[in-house]
Design a binder for this molecule. Structure first.
Ligand code: FES
Ligand code: FES
Length: 206
């Protein structure tokens, strides 16, 4: 799963890793994912920084106002000050997928998106998928199929698998799960269980 050459574009035709690789350092100040350009064009140039500035995010369906420096990543903002610690900082450089969240319904690496770039977007974290009392089908399937060991990679895998389930529904195949998770690494090697869990969740998908 480490090779994302077959990773289908979440919705844009570009893999997450390739997207960020291509964007490079310039991405930190510009278009990290496909639709940011459009926002810039509509709203015109906006100057911010170097100190903290007010940003309003929409996270898991709720508006959250935060003061952030322009250099702050979405992952940093989610974990502190928003205290949503599901997305994990592991490589912090767009190579492991532990920080995967959705922006406008598509998986992205939160460590590779600036918080200011996420303004006006719908951000979904693993906490927004379900709760312990009412888990998302993928979350429930991960438990049922023992799809985790240390669990550090799990939130990222859940976000990728949940995206695959919502995209492909009952027709989801193992190959499509592998492709959806191509940007996620599991050092404990739970890949077969992850695939089993995703397929089980898809079978129950409505
Ligand atoms: S922490 Fe973001 S990809 Fe590894
Ligand atoms: S369960 Fe340990 S890294 Fe994946």
């Amino acid at each position: 799963m480490a090779d994302d050459s077959a990773h289908p574009p979440p919705s844009s035709g570009v893999t997450r890793r390739a997207l960020f690789k291509g964007a490079g350092a310039a991405a930190a100040a510009g278009a990290v994912f496909r639709s940011l350009d459009a926002v810039g064009e509509e709203d015109g140039p906006r100057t911010q920084g170097p100190g903290p500035g007010a940003v309003t995010l929409r996270v898991n369906g709720t508006e959250r106002k935060v003061d952030v420096e322009p250099r702050e990543t979405l992952l940093q903002t989610l974990r502190l000050p928003l205290e949503l610690t599901g997305a994990k900082p592991v490589c912090d450089r767009g190579t492991c997928g532990a920080c995967t969240v959705w922006i406008d319904g598509a998986p992205v690496y939160a460590c590779s998106v600036l918080t200011v770039e996420a303004e006006g977007r719908e951000v979904t974290t693993v906490e927004g998928l379900g709760t312990p009392a009412a888990p998302h089908p993928v979350q429930a399937a991960f438990v049922e199929h023992d799809a985790l060991q240390c669990g550090f990679c799990t939130p990222g895998f859940v976000m990728s698998c949940a995206w695959a389930v919502k995209t492909h529904g009952k027709s989801l195949t193992a190959e499509q799960v592998r492709a959806a998770c191509a940007g996620n690494l599991c050092r404990c090697g739970t890949y077969p269980h992850v695939i089993r869990a995703a397929l089980a969740a898809a079978r129950g998908a409505r």
